[in-house]
Write a protein that binds this ligand. Structure first.
Ligand code: TYD
Ligand code: ZN
Length: 410
């Protein structure tokens, strides 16, 4: 039985998703025999409300020199980060010699805004290939995992930080206590930590079970984040829901007593009580909904196959790995997956080994149906792929429900 790393209580396994490969483990044919698998199970800690994986994958297996996710792959995400960086620069970094640190800075999409404005900044990024892309854009980046030691080194070599930012990163860090200890070292007395991650409430409401994969060690809520950070002398002073990744939450964190909390914090706390995020029953129901979603998707794909239609996957996301393996979808139901990331081309999807091909092959010729694995980027993608619908193509999604989207006539 797993003990919760935050509070030490027993973690109840609530959503078992079976044997799973690495979500971003896109591989070559010769690597099939040595592919890594683990048991993917969502767990719930009633002691501190932290939703988490029951089994974790060693971090070096996930974040390394061939990490295939690049933030800049979505134009809308790049716009989201630009707006956020400009807001932080305006509201938190107006003093001369301000210093901002981003943890999990990937290809430097967010920090580039500070670099261009001449603001002192540093990215901390353990995956060497994406860190190198950031450096090539003029974004100061150190290639390492963030922990207390890294924080001490940064303070010694630079200074304490006015703002520490992280997007879709903290939920990847298994040792939350070391992370918080590092933040204590790094942050100026009146500094802020602002981080955003996929929001548990949205995952549950939309049955977005594909957000559950190896890299996401935690599925945060205001309640669980409060339990965790209050043990380290921090408090949440604001929460700001975001539309990104199908529903995220941005948390603004300060040292206890340093900043006044907004009324939004209480509003969100009450919402979480209504949503039942503290109750094990909520997660048992999630499991029922996840199974139903799987059964409906398999049924739809099998029906399309009987009619000899061509179905391809659109975007080889990390999330797609959970869906494909949990639903056991292989090349008999899905011809290939189209993706814009060059490092994924010519490789195969983790576990089910569906070929990943360039976007060119999506168009030549268009398939009858495209299963949208990047449903979180639906607006951006459907808009730029209008020609697909004009050619009679149809989108399939499974979040918030399994359905064929009818854009052809609109
Ligand atoms: P995202 O949902 O951010 O991925 P993840 O589930 O890994 O967090 O989507 C990023 C992936 O989607 C990346 O492999 C590139 C691909 N993609 C496309 O192929 N076309 C597109 O138009 C977009 C926006 C993304
Ligand atoms: Zn706990």
């Amino acid at each position: 039985m797993k003990r919760c790393p935050v509070c030490g209580s027993a973690v109840e396994p609530v959503v078992p998703l079976g044997r799973m490969p690495l979500a971003n483990g896109f591989l070559r044919q010769e690597d099939f025999p040595s592919e890594y698998f683990f048991q993917l199970t969502l767990g719930f800690c009633e002691g501190c409300a932290m939703v988490q994986l029951v089994e974790n994958v060693p971090r070096e297996k996930m974040f390394h020199a061939e990490y295939p996710f690049f933030t800049a792959s979505s134009t809308r995400m790049a716009e989201h980060f630009r707006a956020w960086a400009e807001q932080v620069a305006r509201e938190r970094l107006s003093a001369p010699r301000s210093f901002v640190v981003e943890i999990g800075s990937n290809d430097g999409t967010l920090l580039q805004v500070f670099a261009t404005a001449g603001i002192s900044h540093l990215g901390v990024e353990p995956s060497a290939n994406v860190a190198a892309v950031a450096q090539s854009k003029g974004v100061n980046t150190v290639c390492r995992f963030f922990d207390e030691k890294a924080a001490r080194d940064i303070v010694r070599e630079h200074s304490e930080a006015d703002a520490v930012l992280a997007a879709n990163c903290f939920c990847h860090i298994q040792d939350l206590h070391t992370l918080a200890a590092g933040l204590q070292v790094l942050l100026k007395p009146k500094g802020v930590v602002i981080f955003e991650d996929p929001y548990l409430g949205d995952i549950i409401e939309r049955v977005a079970y594909d957000q559950i994969y190896d890299e996401h060690a935690y599925y945060f809520s205001l309640a669980s984040v409060t339990h965790w950070l209050s043990r380290h002398g921090f408090e949440i002073v604001d929460v700001q829901p975001q539309a990104t990744h199908g529903g995220s939450m941005r948390y603004v964190v300060a040292r206890c007593g340093e900043l006044n909390a907004t009324s939004q914090v209480d509003v969100q706390r009450r919402k979480e009580t209504t949503l039942g995020l503290h109750s094990p029953e909520t997660y048992r129901q999630l499991n029922v909904n996840v199974r139903r979603s799987r059964d409906e998707l398999i049924e739809l794909l099998q029906r399309l196959k009987r009619h000899a239609t061509r179905v391809v996957g659109y975007a080889a996301t990390s999330k797609s790995t959970t869906v494909l393996n949990y639903c056991r979808i292989s090349t008999d139901l899905l011809e290939f997956i189209s993706d814009t990331t060059p490092i994924k081309h010519g490789r195969f999807s983790p576990g089910m080994h569906i070929p990943v091909r360039s976007h060119k092959e999506f168009q030549a010729p268009y398939p009858d149906y495209a299963l949208l694995f990047a449903w979180n980027h639906a607006d951006e993608i459907i808009e730029k792929e209008r020609a697909f619908c004009q050619a009679g193509g149809q989108w399939i999604t499974y979040v918030p429900r399994v359905e064929v989207l009818d854009y052809a006539t609109s």
